[in-house]
Design a protein around this ligand. Sequence first.
Ligand code: SF4
Length: 384
Amino acid sequence: MTTTRTGLPLFVLGKGSDPHSERGVDCPGELPPASDPALVERARKAKAALGDRLFVLGHHYQRDEVIQFADVTGDSFKLAREAAARPHAEYIVFCGVHFMAESADILTADSQKVVLPDMAAGCSMADMATFDQVEECWEVLEDAGIADRVVPITYMNSSADIKAFCGRNGGAVCTSSNARRALSWAFERGEKVLFLPDQHLGRNTAVLELGLSLDDCVVYNPHRPNGGLTDQQLRDAKMILWRGHCSVHGRFTAECVDEVRQRIPGVNVLVHPECRHEVVVKADYVGSTEYIIKTLREAPAGSSWAVGTELNLVKRLAQQFPDKDVSFLDRTICYCSTMNRIDLPHLVMALESLAAGQVVNQITVDADTAHWARVALDRMLALP
Ligand code: SF4
């Protein structure tokens, strides 16, 4: 293990694991080579052998080679709910990333086992807010005399620890579809919101949907003393945004939008709210993954679209809607590297192990964390 200047522990791939973060890279089973021509058949056979005991979830950003085996596809929240709606499935294989499998474990029965085919499939955004950092931030807010007026809201893309922190401190979870409602709910209960871990979703929602100004927002940097902010800045702010971002959506720039408008006259620019504020304000349409899919499905034939989200999904949408011209917003490739870690060899390893009676890569959330995370998730579910 090596330690960076910021104190974040980094593991060499395949060595060690850190239960306190999204990292953990051991592969307990026998990983077949990616070149094995029988992989598709092996996955099919293992899935058939498990029958109804198995339910496979596939996130929209997964590779085609994996998504073909999904019983249902969706965004992280939809998938967790789908898992909860299958109480008879003994094994939930989650083709997505670590925090999603944690949410599925929280929302499913104790008897159900949630499996992540590759434990290295973390999320760089979720990793940007660790429990210790958030606890330290809360102490900073207490020292500034404002913690009792702050409601913490965390995006679904965060570890179970952070969701539990929000549950314990009167806060809630949100998704990109209900962030506006979650913020309105929070502002009815407090004067300020601590928004974790995606600064862009927090800022875009506060400014574009709630009418706050950019000056109402400050960015708390967990790697700087006092978050890099003065007590007065914290007292004046309405939105305290955690300094986290999605490494995929954060890559799109305002120049990408200008460039695509020149390249494709009349193009509609459709982006996810995890994109930077300057990209979102230049776009024509902004919304969650499910919104992006719906917008393209309902778009008139012959219309042109430049889509700012993960590339696996954009490529699939282009194939799914051949009557529309669907292209990627950036000229450079932009897959989610951690989502892509779930490949066919890892899926085969997981399914064959389960079929042989060996549970590998099980994701479990301890009872206390699960309880408080569930409190925060239930507050989200009860949003008006
Ligand atoms: S696309 Fe972004 S938010 Fe989603 S898993 Fe990858 S890094 Fe995390």
